[in-house]
Design a protein around this ligand. Structure first.
Ligand code: ADP
Ligand code: ASP
Ligand code: MG
Length: 440
């Protein structure tokens, strides 16, 4: 079994969807195809939810109308036969009727999740109609029947595995399956999702649940590049990454992958491939247990970071100080990304400001507390970085002009992270491209 996930841009235009149909019908293996919403749709659904949360029904209605026009035009190009076009029109009517009904009832967070689910529900149903029109045998599997998260919003993997395999067993005569990325049910049984960009996570969970031979993530670029192509002009694809390297890059901001999507595939040792729908023959990036080569591979940046410094002479020669500080963050379920210490101070970074005020207040008894917002973690990721000749020299030479706030090195053998003000992010990525990767 092979899992193939196609992102928003890969299904965002009728001709792209048609190209996806070609890609999934080559080869003999059984396939589970995971689709995102058409590009732009989830952003639009978020804006509808935001408008409703503010009580602006007029704005929400107008946005729904524009979205509906877009989809009505989309199916006219996608489909050729009268019967399938009629079917697709009925599908759209069902989903847009639902959105219009929401305008009339009182808005809440559970309803918002229902709104957000419409994108993947529509893309998969329209794709299924296209496959049907072209006589391509398949089964459309509702992700809401098997994708589940627990009370902590973490995937309930055992349940996913059992339910999905049971469903596949019921369709033993089929070789091609289509399902929705991103959407799931929560512990209360309500419609929920795996957070923005979560279709990658769906694909990896499915791949692990069925012990797939490969999990292919098809997108609009030929693999993980050495730097953020939205920021830096010249970037090159990385041929091979280990699961650890890929997980670090995803977590530290490489948008091509959802931050936590690697672990399920890693757990079941399913190789992950990042491939380009527009350039299907390009080798892309292969992610496996083995790193392939030693040395620096890529750099990524994560914005929205807050640095907190706690300075106290009481820390000098004291033990238990760090534990007390970390307990404050634990109490507020706030994850720490970077930590640096000296004899009299400790600095940590967090990316979740929800409980910042309470955390700062509870840290006050430990010393002078200073918080700096608008920081960015820039992570250089590779294999056995410490053994890469001159890596630190190149890094510090490149960043000579940048006001680096923190440095973390040695925590793992595949990451060096620096914290810089977000205003210096672009400069930092560009300087590293030249100084560390030798690219313009
Ligand atoms: P999809 O809709 O297929 O899920 P995404 O937009 O989520 O696609 O991810 C692909 C995008 O990620 C690329 O178009 C690229 O701009 C961005 N990106 C950011 N960092 C990287 C990187 N290091 N390598 C490749 N792409 C990256
Ligand atoms: N459609 C969802 C989003 O845009 C999930 C995904 O595309 O991965 O966030
Ligand atoms: Mg994505």
């Amino acid at each position: 079994m092979k899992v193939m996930k196609f992102g928003g841009t890969s299904v965002g235009k009728p001709e792209r969807m048609q190209q996806v149909a070609k890609l999934i019908t080559t080869g003999q293996d059984s396939k589970i195809v995971v689709l995102s919403a058409l590009s732009g749709t989830t952003n639009t659904l978020v804006s509808i939810g935001d408008a409703l949360a503010k009580g602006d029904k007029h704005q929400a209605k107008q946005t729904i109308e524009e979205l509906e026009n877009h989809y009505r035009a989309f199916i006219k190009t996608l489909l050729k036969k009268e019967a399938t076009l009629k079917k697709a029109e009925a599908i759209l009517s069902e989903h847009f009727d639902f959105l219009n009904i929401i305008l009339k009832i009182s808005f809440n967070e559970a309803l918002n999740k229902d709104i957000l689910a419409q994108g993947e529900l529509m893309s998969t149903k329209l794709f299924s109609a296209y496959l049907e029109e072209n006589g391509i045998d398949h089964a459309l599997l509702p992700a809401l029947d098997f994708m589940q998260i627990d009370a902590n919003d973490e995937p309930y993997f055992d349940a996913i595995r059992v339910k999905l395999n049971r469903i596949l067993h019921q369709h033993a005569d089929k070789k091609l399956f289509v399902t929705q990325g991103y959407i799931c049910r929560n512990a209360k049984g309500e419609v929920d999702n795996l957070k923005r960009g979560g279709s990658d996570y769906t694909a990896s969970l499915i791949a692990a649940a069925v012990n797939a031979e490969v999990c292919e993530i098809w997108t609009d670029i030929d693999g993980m590049h050495n730097n953020d192509p939205r920021v830096v002009k010249t970037t090159i694809p990385v041929v091979q990454l280990s699961f650890e390297e890929a997980a670090e890059l995803a977590y530290f901001g490489a948008k091509i992958l959802h931050p936590t999507c690697i672990w399920p595939a890693q757990q079941e040792k399913v190789p992950v491939k990042l491939l380009n729908t527009m350039q299907p023959d390009a080798p892309g990036t292969t992610i496996t247990q083995e790193a392939g080569s030693v040395g620096v591979k890529a750099v990524a940046a994560k914005d929205g970071i807050i640095a907190i410094k706690i300075k106290s002479s009481r820390m000098l020669l004291a033990y238990g100080f760090l534990r007390k500080i970390f307990e404050v963050f634990e109490k507020y379920k706030t994850a720490i990304d970077m930590v640096t210490t000296s004899e009299v101070a400790v600095s940590v970074t967090i990316d979740n400001a929800t409980h910042l005020a309470q955390i700062l207040k509870e840290l006050e008894p430990f010393g002078t507390v200073v918080a700096d917002k608008d920081q960015t973690i820039v992570s250089i990721v590779g294999n056995q970085i410490a053994q890469t000749p001159l890596v630190l020299m190149k890094l510090f030479d490149a960043l000579a002009e940048v006001p680096v706030r923190m440095v973390s090195y040695g925590g793992s053998s595949h990451n060096i992270s620096v914290l810089v003000p977000s205003a210096n992010k672009v400069q930092t990525l560009q300087l590293l491209n030249k100084g560390v990767f030798g690219l313009e």
